[in-house]
Design a protein around this ligand. Structure first.
Ligand code: TRP
Length: 412
């Protein structure tokens, strides 16, 4: 592990006195994800610490029963591993009643990376199997507040990222994408909900949840209310016409603090608590101690990387669970639990049987690290290339369609 990560982890742990949870090995909040373990975050511990529920076989079976479809491999493989109130969403579906999906993205770089695809691929699958509206919040205000960015830059990144999101294949009839810096000023209902939420949360509470202190700018202190507001359906009058519709939020687990706060507030405003589906982090190329970050080009495979860049990054930087010589590897075998090429295949190789064969062969030593990396390169390259082809076709007109407040193809 790099010295920098260890320092960061220790600083954070020491500063985290307010948190009585077990932070011996891992630290997770919306801004920092670090683990001291090569296998990455201990997700079972995190479930306990955050107080969410593990996605068990019973829930997966229910998913299949209600939708009549095999669950997505993210759910089958534990990449989406934790939830809050998912059963109540399935009850809603069984009763023939509507719900909607809400997710978001903080635009922090001009191109998204392959890890950013995960919650959006999940949302697309959920939108397809449940046939529900999806709202996507682009928190350009958040990035303006937290990063050394001009407002225009944050807005430009939003537009670039929205193109990446649309290229994942969302249906324009069912999806509304909005920038905070633009939409909130256009929609009084959104702002009114935000103010109602602000009235329910004290400084002391956000200090406890997010670690703000006396030197935090007040824009940061207020921001959690911005991220909470889309969980109230009345924030989108053009879609829900003032009706209260239950909300399901797919997100990476680091966003959970925002929604713990949201779930605390919504009943007091007469709304159901939003349900949540939590995904694991997408590990950095250098190893699972931290997640892939858009601001570090060596640890990251961007959606606009060329096939050559992708190949070089995997070959040069992907942390290997293999042995140092071929002889030793054949004898001892590789460790899939820490091997990044294998980990990435669990996200992007859909064929369960083939994945299992690769796991066995790498573990036994029959498959070498170079061969495993080649399988990953051959899996990722067409995904990234096809993404780029779809993205190139997205005109300003298409962008505008997705981002215009309008009625979607649902009658509520
Ligand atoms: N804060 C998130 C980020 O930095 C963006 C976000 C806003 C989000 N609303 C969300 C993520 C809802 C998941 C679900 O990326």
């Amino acid at each position: 592990m790099s010295g920098e990560i260890i320092n960061k982890l220790e600083n954070v742990t020491i500063n985290d006195k307010a948190d009585k949870g077990d932070v011996d090995d891992d630290f997770v909040d919306p801004w920092t994800v670090v683990s001291k373990s090569e296998t990455g975050i201990d997700y079972d511990k995190l479930i306990k610490k955050f107080g969410s529920s593990k996605i068990d076989q019973e829930l997966l079976d229910r998913f299949e029963k209600v939708t009549g479809k095999k669950v997505h491999h993210f759910l089958r493989r534990g990449i989406v591993f934790s939830h809050r109130d998912m059963h109540s969403i399935l009850n809603q579906v069984e009763a023939g009643k509507p719900f909607y999906l809400y997710t978001g993205r903080g635009p922090s770089s001009h191109s998204m990376h392959i890890g950013h695809l995960v919650p959006f691929i999940l949302c697309k699958w959920l939108q397809d199997v449940f046939n529900v509206p999806l709202v996507i919040q682009m928190t350009d205000d958040e990035k303006f507040m937290w990063k050394d960015l001009k407002m225009e830059e944050a807005q430009k990144m939003t537009m670039e990222n929205v193109k990446d999101i649309i290229a994942i294949g969302f249906d324009v009839e069912k999806t509304f994408i909005f920038s905070d810096l633009t939409y909130i000023g256009q929609c009084p209902e959104f702002y009114q909900n935000m103010v109602k939420i602000q009235k329910c949360v004290t400084f002391n509470q956000v200090k406890g949840i997010f670690g703000f202190d006396d030197s935090s700018v007040i824009g940061k202190v207020a921001f959690p209310s911005v991220q909470a507001t889309p969980a109230l359906s009345t924030s989108f009058p053009h879609i829900f016409k003032g009706k209260k519709v239950p909300c399901l939020i797919p997100c990476a687990i680091d966003q959970d603090p925002y929604f713990r706060m949201t779930r605390d507030v919504t009943p007091r405003l007469g709304f159901k608590k939003p349900a949540l589906l939590h995904s694991t982090f997408f590990p950095a190329l250098q190893g699972a101690q931290t997640k892939m970050s858009a601001s570090d080009s060596n640890t990251t495979i961007y959606l606009n990387d060329t096939p050559k860049q992708l190949k070089n990054k995997v070959n040069k930087h992907a942390f290997s669970g293999g042995q140092s010589t071929v002889e030793e590897h054949r004898r001892v075998g590789g460790n899939c639990d820490v091997d990044i090429a294998y980990q990435y295949l669990t996200f992007f190789l859909e064929d369960d049987d083939r994945l299992e064969q690769i796991r066995k062969d790498y573990t036994s030593g029959a498959l070498l690290t170079g061969e495993l990396k080649k399988i990953l390169i051959d899996t990722l390259t067409p995904i990234v290339t096809r993404h780029q082809e779809r993205r190139a076709k997205i005109t300003d007109e298409v962008l505008k369609q997705f981002m215009t407040p309008r009625k979607l193809a649902f009658d509520v």
